[in-house]
Design a protein around this ligand. Structure first.
Ligand code: KIV
Length: 256
């Protein structure tokens, strides 16, 4: 399937089976996740925190993203591969198109960017260049320094209305889906029923959106130093790694 066939198929899942999405940053993990049957693989700029060791996503560069998108693409996933546009690589419509094309050249099939009304023109420009775009609203990690922290969104009627207006603007601009991050459950549920494209939630409660996305390290428990309150780990890979390393050290220590 081509990139636009895959993104169109996801768009049509609005009232169908829930969309499953996970982040991936390397070949092996992407291949494992894809073989397990996920719908969408996001090379998110969470890369900066859970792989590269930065305090937040504002340190992620275009080169970082290109390197990891290429690794994920080498897994030749059936799932749609979405790459995040890193901060300050889409400050104007022209720059947004140039960056999106670079992500596609590296192996992304679609791109994701953060923001609403203010980003609509850039989204339109990327879509017009033939590249599918996924929106990202609610809590915007690239704005953490401006906002002074990570705050839940959509908690008041006013915030919910803002979120609705932002969603309408980017749907009009052509997004095929929107990630809602840390949006109050009731608002996420209400907007999901009112908006025309699939809403993929993270930190919005279970079953409130058309699908869910999780950061792979939260799902498999491989980044124990920070676990978001909404994470539901299904494995304890950190423990398995440390136990394997201790067994290895014990084994080679007994040889002398
Ligand atoms: O960068 C990322 O992993 C994301 C998800 C949190 C949706 O944008």
């Amino acid at each position: 399937m081509t990139a636009s066939e895959k993104s169109d198929a996801l768009r049509r899942r609005k009232n169908g089976p829930p969309i499953s999405a996970l982040t991936a940053y390397d070949y092996a993990t992407a291949r494992l996740i894809d073989e397990a049957g996920v719908d969408l693989l996001l090379v998110g700029d969470s890369l900066g925190m859970v792989v590269l060791g930065f305090p937040d996503t504002t340190h992620v560069t275009l080169d970082h993203m290109l390197h990891h998108i290429a690794a994920v693409a080498r897994a030749k996933p059936n799932a749609l591969v979405i790459g995040d546009l890193p901060i300050h690589t889409y400050d104007t419509p022209t720059q947004a198109v140039t960056t999106a094309k670079q992500l596609v050249a590296a192996g992304a099939e679609a791109v994701k960017l953060e923001g609403g009304v203010s980003e609509a023109e850039k989204i339109r420009a990327i879509v017009d260049a033939g590249i599918p775009v996924c929106g990202h609203l609610g809590m915007l990690p690239q704005s953490v320094l401006i906002e002074g922290g990570y705050r839940k969104k959509g908690k008041t009627a006013e915030q919910a209305e803002l979120l609705y207006q932002d969603s309408k603007a980017i749907i009009e601009a052509g997004v095929f889906a929107i990630v809602f991050e840390s949006v109050a459950s009731e608002t996420a549920k209400d907007l999901t029923t009112r908006l025309d494209v699939p809403i993929i939630g993270i930190g919005c409660g279970t079953g409130n959106c058309d699908g869910e996305v999780a950061v792979i390290t939260d799902l498999i428990g491989s980044f124990p130093w920070f676990v978001p309150p909404f994470a539901r780990p299904e494995a304890d890979v950190a423990k398995s790694i440390q136990s394997a390393v201790r067994s290895y050290i014990d084994r080679i220590s007994q040889k002398r």
